[in-house]
Design a protein around this ligand. Sequence first.
Ligand SMILES: [Zn+2]
Length: 121
Amino acid sequence: MTNHLDEQMTDLYGPQPQFSDYKQNEHITYTQAGETHTGKIIWVCGPGNVAGRHLPTHYIVERDGTGDTWPDTVYQSDIIGTAPEAEDDTQEIAIVQCPWCSGWHQVNLVKLCPNNPHRDT
Ligand SMILES: [Zn+2]
């Protein structure tokens, strides 16, 4: 999986480690400053030395309900576990080409297409 965003993230944070307890795009529950949050891992940073300090593996996490604010930096010890997927508009519904009208519908709406000859009325 390589795209432009991944390249930018690699420039910023370095390549993701091959092994980590949690992976990119996982949804986790974690603590930050004494509060519990959930969020999506947008990047995994491997252990390394930053400005003379040794940093363990840590995660760049977009906290749920925040959009474009600065992401949280979450350490292994801050992670409580994986979280169920948030029910919000980030949920992806596949869009498919309709066999009846050749337009594009959400996959669950194709059977409701007005041109569908098998449509339940
Ligand atoms: Zn249709």
